[in-house]
Design a protein around this ligand. Structure first.
Ligand SMILES: [Zn+2]
Length: 408
């Protein structure tokens, strides 16, 4: 079942086929780092469209991250955010149909398994390690004392916040069942369920202020506390946070915008060749998701391993004074006030360095992540953006007039 097009003539594709011309699950040789892998997978061709029964599971098999055509900046931002969640998450800004949701869903295949509680209250072994048996519910304390597991290793989940979520759904509230038993306990909210997983909020600009504030606080601190009358509880919330918005559907307040780490302004693919390739891959995926997953299984496996390595290297990453001062100069020249600018810039640069297999942050790392970390931090953004949008709309109308309306 050979699916590579090895007849391609361009230098890039020759390079790609020499690295990936196998379908047997053996290793791809010559990939030096995660960033190089991302370079390589862009533009890989698929031609075989053999159809198989998908057994009705099409919607639970994510489209492979490595099979997404183009959108390199988005891929880098998402990879950096799973390597270093301290950057404050990623905001994807763009119109519909640019693959935002597909990309976020595909991230789950790139992350290692995490312990998943077997209990309604979310008790984990790590609670006992930190706080003793009192840190978990009585049932879990009993199980643990008898040597039974209270969690299992499970794949990372994508927790998607429903658009109509209320603050009690998000942070949790009183559990009605528990109050009957004379033992007031709080119900875990979506943020606690997202701990160690990925939290995705589509249309983040349509959320109410209290909800988005709660998410951003929990994301930044890695934990949060809920108080309801005499009862309070603290939950872990160490999730990778990705928000997306379509600027045509409303603005994000500048204060909220500022709290996002990396920002990606997405556009549709420009090159007809890329658009055709994206269409082919999506079409193949819709007919036979397993085949697309299989075609990219080596890339996916390597990316997963590289991400794990990068996460382990991250605490050792070094940002020397010269590079740090360069970053500060950049921020000052751009007239950015917010302190979050340098936090994000430096944390992202560290993540970029380790993703490239290095510990020391270089000028080039700064150069690569600066647009992601620093764009849209000046307050004039929304005004400029809208004026650009209006200008584009006028141009589009004019061209529609020329090409279509005048033909009638
Ligand atoms: Zn428990």
């Amino acid at each position: 079942m050979e699916t590579m097009n090895t007849d391609s003539v361009s230098e890039e594709e020759n390079n790609i086929s020499s690295l990936t011309n196998n379908d047997t699950g053996e290793n791809i040789t010559g990939v030096r780092s995660l960033m190089e892998l991302i370079d390589i997978v862009t533009g890989r061709n698929l031609q075989n469209t053999q159809i198989q029964e998908d057994g009705g599971y099409a919607d639970v098999i994510p489209f492979p991250f490595m099979a997404i055509v183009g959108q390199k900046e988005m891929k880098i931002a998402l990879i950096l955010s799973i390597i270093n969640p301290l950057m404050g998450g990623v905001l994807l800004i763009g119109p519909r149909g640019t693959g935002k949701t597909i990309a976020v869903r595909s991230l789950i295949d790139l992350l290692p398994d995490v312990p998943r509680s077997l209990c309604f209250y979310g008790c984990l072994e790590e609670d006992i390690e930190k706080g003793g048996l009192d840190a978990v519910c009585p049932a879990c304390a009993k199980k643990f004392a008898m040597g039974e597991p209270i969690s299992v290793l499970d794949r990372v989940r994508l927790v998607e916040l429903p658009l109509n979520a209320k603050i009690d759904d998000v942070i949790g509230g009183l559990d009605e069942r528990a109050t009957i038993n004379d033992r007031l306990r709080l119900k875990r909210g979506i943020l606690a369920q997202a701990d160690r997983n990925i939290l995705y909020v589509d249309e983040v600009n349509l959320l109410s202020d209290d909800v988005i504030d709660a998410i951003l606080d929990a994301s930044a601190q890695g934990h949060y506390t809920v108080r309801r009358g005499p009862v309070s509880a603290t939950y872990r919330s160490r999730f990778v946070f990705v928000g997306s918005m379509n600027p045509e559907e409303g603005n994000l307040r500048p204060q909220i915008m500022d709290r996002f780490g990396l920002r990606v302004v997405m556009q549709g693919l420009k090159e007809p060749k890329e658009r055709l390739e994206a269409y082919r891959r999506v079409n193949l995926y819709l007919n036979n998701p397993y085949q697309v997953v299989n075609n990219f299984k080596d890339e996916t496996r390597i990316a997963k391993e590289e991400i794990q390595l990068a996460r382990e290297m991250l605490p050792k990453a070094i940002l020397n004074d010269e590079i740090a001062n360069l970053g500060l100069k950049l921020i000052s020249k751009l007239k950015i006030e917010s302190l979050r600018a340098e936090i994000t810039l430096f944390e992202a640069a560290k993540a970029y360095a380790v993703a490239d297999g290095r510990i020391e942050v270089t000028r080039n790392d700064l150069l690569r992540v600066a647009p992601l970390a620093l764009r849209l931090r000046r307050s004039s953004f929304i005004t400029d953006y809208l004026s650009q949008q209006n200008q584009e709309k006028e141009e589009l109308d004019k061209i529609l007039d020329e090409v279509i309306r005048h033909q009638e």
